[in-house]
Design a protein around this ligand. Sequence first.
Ligand code: NAD
Length: 522
Amino acid sequence: PATASALASTATDYPTTHEQIQQPIDTQNFLDNKFVASNATQWIDLHDPATNNLVTRVPQSTDEELKAAVASAEKAFPAWKATSLLHRQQIMFKFVHLIREHWDRLAASITLEQGKTFADAKGDVLRGLQVAETACGITTQLTGEVLEVAKDMETRSYKEPLGVVAAICPFNFPAMIPLWVIPTATITGNTVVVKPSERDPGAMMILCELAEKAGFPPGVINVVHGAAKTVDFMIDEPAIKAISFVGSNKAGEYIFTRGSANGKRVQANLGAKNHAAVLPDCNRNATINAIAGAAFGAAGQRCMALSTVVFVGDTKSWVDDIADRAKALNVNGGFEKDAELGPVISPQAKERIESMIGSAEKEGATIVLDGRGFKPEKYPNGNFVGPTIITNVTKDMTCYKEEIFGPVLVCLSVDTLEEAVDLINANEYGNGVAIFTNSGSTAARFQRDIEAGQVGINVPIPVPLPMFSFTGNKKSVAGGGASTFYGKPGLAFFTQTKTVTSLWRSEDAIATKAESVMPTMR
Ligand code: NAD
């Protein structure tokens, strides 16, 4: 059978339609800069979410393969750490250039395996690419501090790499999330073992090929596959010093607890329930468009999807307009021209989302727009759910309490801004939030009082660019969000600070008697 590296060998060799006949090939591990076939006995079938045709089989990497990946990263670390920052920067420049050159190919892999539209998949790549581009500025970001703390004595600080670090990734951003980690971790001198989502590892495999071409030495970036078993290996393996996890609360809270107990650094971004507060004084048309786009784009499978709207005062009557915009969205296979949202990841996800809509109905909510059972003409076998809007929702309903992660907008209404803030703050998640208003003072009050980590003011999906950090809050991050992805906190996560205090004093100034008290630094 063809190999992943063979498939990934030319820039033009990538799918542009769902119908294109692909010979299903097995996904390989990436070790020492080589694609290596797995000896797995367990395989995970990966289907195109638009057709449910088999795309590839993903191995549950064997214990030997997992150990070999860590050993390779461990072996590569001392030499990689010893390379100059400027050398690593040059490799990052090349990596950035190659990602840009292979942008369409990466996006096509995402559309085929994850389902999102090709245009949206290009955005997925871009948001990761921007982290790599920002990492190229490492030479000004990694400077330490120095101070003369006493006569002839100074203290300097250095940021040193940790060693082997690991990334465990979710299915919804197959390029962006690995790239939240790889550039920052490697440019600071660490070596990385990545476990992409077993549901869509293709983009990461292309990134491996590009990393090798960019000049990353063997072992600096290794990839292993699998599900919980691979994760358990990573959290228990002593050589792995830090774990970056993005995904659900169920997996993330477990990984954070067990990884931390094993003495590792763990950063974990988790689930969400992002609210939009709609104030009567906002720009009505822009707000309706923004909400429909942010609720249903990517079929709602973004951790920053705007899944819950809180209408303040009379704005609750705007729901019909949002429904009209939602109905006009083209739900289709991701390669189809003009497709605006694609399928959800799996038949199980479709079933779960549809049963969540059913639970809302049973619990007394009103389904204003029902996407259950939706089938685009060309893709009757895909995992499609049409845009769905649920009104008359109360705080105790399952559809409000749980993350739906599908194209479903849940609507609540209140009379005042204070009630909106109280309602949003009472929710256990705190990833993103948005307010739509034309009043600067209303926005200022909201911004101050709201407890979510990422606030949009007339911006529906306020994901910070990589010069800032991704700052979730509350149950949307493990460990209280002490360590966040990319930006300055990302650099801090992947480095150990070392302080060196030195005294260089001329011979004749050295006292003849030993000092036995703590220095007072006068
Ligand atoms: P997931 O938790 O099912 O999977 C994430 C990773 O964890 C995968 O690599 C998977 O193999 C592994 N995993 C799954 N179950 C495990 C278990 N029981 N033990 C050990 N490892 C396990 O998440 P997903 O469905 O791939 O992604 C969707 C979730 O990710 C949503 O909840 C979404 O909100 C969240 N997410 C959060 C952010 C953020 O920045 N806050 C970004 C993207 C996605």
